[in-house]
Design a binder for this molecule. Structure first.
Ligand code: SF4
Length: 329
């Protein structure tokens, strides 16, 4: 996850919630991708360290557990850069140019010059992030599948060139996160750049206030008009966060105009507050003593360096670039 600062509910539903579960099933590496943040936000790095910490605090608050998983910062594991360089030697330009998000982001992100070498190469950096741990699987959303596919192609090419005595890298599978549609308060996809988020750190009154202003089914103009939760962004939130009994009340009450939107929004707010409260409690412990979070990051970074270092030994050996005399005695 890029180090973009505090996380919102969309980040939680789209990735984090799934990661917390995965910890019991897989040996996981969770990376604060601060180099990736640089691919678009390179001009001003004044908040990058603070943003890395904020992401980490939200991870810990949501339940990522350093006892189970490796939690680390990308820029402190230089093997990512070394492998990126080697992979960039073998990756045809056409492969990175056709990654869908490349053109899309160049068109969508205004006010930044993205015609940089680093931005073009970021999918290769992602491949390096995956391959340097010889990952078998990567949890991704639909929009990231192309990146995993590119990684698989790079793996095949690398193994084809250098895997004379066996494959160096496994081909990673994309573990698709069930894509729940999470609208922001204006009904568009929840995103920091739209200013429509509910943050994991929002206190209860802020959550309730944001929900109050959320857009609803446009056909329900008056309290007496029946509505349809299937076309209402608040209805979408209910589907994700509310229990069955509440969902039934919403379905019935909305369609018969038996409930008002204010009441309905209050129920979503209740569910969100119930979800966020324990996270915010956990976060408080680390906010009051950020040293604890930094200790976790330092220990995780150490573990990541060791694992990545072992991969790089294999890479150098496979490419015939190990250090030291290898001739006859
Ligand atoms: S009652 Fe709820 S689901 Fe129906 S339109 Fe209002 S906010 Fe949306």
């Amino acid at each position: 996850m890029r180090s973009t600062g505090k996380l919102h509910l969309g980040n939680y539903v789209g990735a984090l919630q799934n990661w917390v579960r995965m910890q019991d099933e897989y040996e996981c590496f969770f990376m604060v991708a601060d180099w990736h943040a640089l691919t678009t936000d390179y001009a001003d790095t004044s908040r990058i360290k603070e943003n890395s910490l904020e992401v980490t605090l939200d991870w810990l608050a949501a339940g990522l557990d350093p006892e189970k998983s490796v939690i680390f910062i990308q820029s402190h594991v230089p093997a990512h850069a070394e492998l990126h360089l080697l992979l960039s030697m073998i990756t045809p330009l056409g492969w990175v140019e056709r990654v869908p998000s490349y053109k899309e982001q160049q068109e969508n992100i205004k006010g930044k010059d993205l015609t940089t070498y680093g931005f073009l190469g970021y999918p290769v950096l992602m491949s390096s992030d995956i391959m340097v741990y010889k990952a078998n699987a990567v949890p991704v959303g639909e929009d990231q599948v192309a990146h995993v596919e590119l990684t698989r192609e790079i793996v095949r090419r690398f193994n084809g060139f250098y895997g004379k005595s066996g494959d160096v890298f496994p081909e990673p599978a994309a573990l698709l996160t069930p894509a729940a549609k999470l609208p922001g308060t204006d009904g568009r996809k929840m995103s920091k750049s739209y200013g429509n988020t509910v943050m994991l750190t929002d206190p209860e009154p802020v959550v309730r206030q944001k929900l109050k202003t959320m857009v609803t089914d446009p056909a329900r103009v008056r309290r007496s008009d029946p509505g349809n939760p299937d076309v209402c962004p608040v209805g979408d939130l209910h589907k994700i966060f509310s229990d069955k009994a509440t969902m039934a009340k919403v379905n019935e009450g909305c369609r018969s105009a038996g409930i008002g939107c204010i009441e309905c929004k209050g129920w979503v707010a209740d569910a969100l507050v119930k979800l966020l409260n324990p996270m915010q409690e956990r976060r408080k412990k680390f906010e009051e003593n950020p040293r604890l979070a930094w200790d976790i990051l330092e220990a995780g970074t150490e573990r990541a360096r060791k694992a990545a270092g072992e991969t790089m030994d294999d890479v150098r050996a496979a490419m015939g670039m190990s250090l030291g005399y290898e001739g006859p005695k």
